[in-house]
Design a binder for this molecule. Structure first.
Ligand SMILES: NC(=O)c1ccc[n+]([C@@H]2O[C@H](COP(=O)([O-])OP(=O)(O)OC[C@H]3O[C@@H](n4cnc5c(N)ncnc54)[C@H](O)[C@@H]3O)[C@@H](O)[C@H]2O)c1
Length: 376
């Protein structure tokens, strides 16, 4: 079977391509080689067995051509950032999804399934429990709260000032608050609702924080593993935001590639959304300690009291639904770090870019100081 992988030159896309090839699929890749992700052009890891098309997923003619002879689609190309060019998120992530469906209906194509990259960001602040009011899906914290280094979440019910306990996020409720999260929620709805209406099987994969080899160095706004690793390699301290107690779940890119292929092959999950998360929630301090241990460096992290406006406090997904289809996490956090470090040391340019990125984020007022912050 021939399948099309958009964003197949990227981090998750390329590992998905490798797994598909291993399983005997013929693979076509459509990728524009976004310069920020691929400053040196087509990556070396993409072999000649892949039919490669360089082009934009939001261009109908390009997409239409790329879909010729294809029976399955993995739509992983995306615009991902913290910046304020909101329309780019919708264009690359959502418009492209609508175009896929439009072309399939127009040309009466027989597509077995579309697997779409969604994200944990569709949950916004996530899911919490209040001792008095039960399950809550609160909005993000106010700037005033963050300026006072008051990091935890409070119950949003009127008159209730109780702290909220984070609970594992299942797929039931979405509440995105960024242009990126909204673009992903919208593409999911297009895929599920129009997919069902026109009998085009689709499944949306809500990845948590994905880590491992090939995560581009040049796309440094997210990717704590990449940023902290480059700091450590250059003998500098990782800079932890807030108080370092925020919980996240981290999943190895190999586990994500196998989730993508499994979801493609199982029709039980058609028209649904699936979390693809890590083994457990880990706070940033423990995360950094494990990375320092695996890296063999004798460096302590800094916790200067900075915060990124718009960051969530605790987000940890439950992947129970995906596990019922036969998936499991094969790799833990130490495996992620070992595999990532091995890859990093093979790269020609391992310069620390944190300060560069920090300046951009400060200029854009994304990275801010709380009242108790220390200067670094
Ligand atoms: N990495 C994560 O932690 C994470 C978490 C949640 C969701 N996701 C989603 O997973 C998918 C893959 O992410 P990734 O981490 O591999 O990112 P990546 O940046 O490594 O790969 C994305 C690829 O898409 C290509 N691309 C970007 N815009 C394009 C366009 N308009 N047309 C064609 N190609 C384009 C880029 O050149 C790149 O090769 C994305 O949809 C992303 O939103 C990633």
């Amino acid at each position: 079977m021939k399948v099309l992988v958009t964003g197949g030159a990227g981090f998750i896309g390329s590992h998905t391509v490798d797994l598909l090839l291993e399983k005997g699929y013929h693979v076509k890749v459509l990728d524009m080689l976004q310069p920020r992700v691929h400053p040196f052009g087509k990556p070396k890891y993409m072999g000649p067995e892949v039919e490669f098309i360089q082009g934009d997923v939001a261009d109908k003619n390009v997409l239409s051509k790329a879909m010729e002879g294809v029976e399955g689609i993995f739509h992983l190309a995306a615009y991902q950032d913290y910046m304020t060019d909101f329309s780019n998120f919708i264009r690359t992530n959502t418009l492209s999804t609508a175009l896929f469906l439009e072309i399939i209906v127009e040309k009466k194509l027989n597509i077995k399934k579309i697997v779409l990259a969604s994200s944990q960001s569709v949950y916004g602040e996530g899911k919490y429990n209040c001792k008095d009011h039960g399950i809550q899906y609160p909005d993000s914290r106010s700037i005033m709260q963050l300026e006072n280094s008051d990091w935890e979440m409070y119950c949003p019910q009127s008159g209730c000032k109780k702290y909220l306990e984070p609970v594992l996020i299942d797929e039931a409720v979405t509440n995105p608050f960024t242009a990126y999260g909204i673009s992903k929620e919208a593409l999911e709805r297009l895929a599920a609702k129009l997919g069902k209406r026109y009998s085009i099987p689709t499944v949306s994969m809500r990845y948590s924080i994905v880590q491992g080899p090939r995560n581009s160095f040049f796309n440094a706004y997210s990717g704590v593993c990449r940023i902290f690793t480059l700091r450590l390699i250059n003998d500098k301290s990782p800079v932890i935001y807030e108080d370092g107690k925020q919980l996240r779940d981290y999943v190895h890119v190999y586990d994500v590639a196998s989730a993508n292929v499994l979801a493609f092959e199982k029709n039980e999950c058609d028209y649904s959304a699936l979390n693809v998360g890590g083994l457990k929630g880990t706070n940033l301090i423990d995360y950094t300690d494990t990375l320092i241990k695996v890296s063999g460096k004798n460096i302590k992290p800094m916790v200067p009291g900075y915060y990124r406006y718009g960051d969530t406090r605790h987000t940890v997904s439950s992947s129970e639904k995906l596990k019922k289809l036969g998936w499991k996490n094969k790799y833990n956090l130490e495996d992620i770090f070992k595999d990532y470090l091995k890859w990093v040391y093979e790269q020609p340019d391992i310069k620390d870019r944190y300060e560069e990125v920090e300046t951009i984020m400060k200029n854009q007022n994304i990275l801010r100081k709380s009242k108790s912050s220390l200067s670094i």
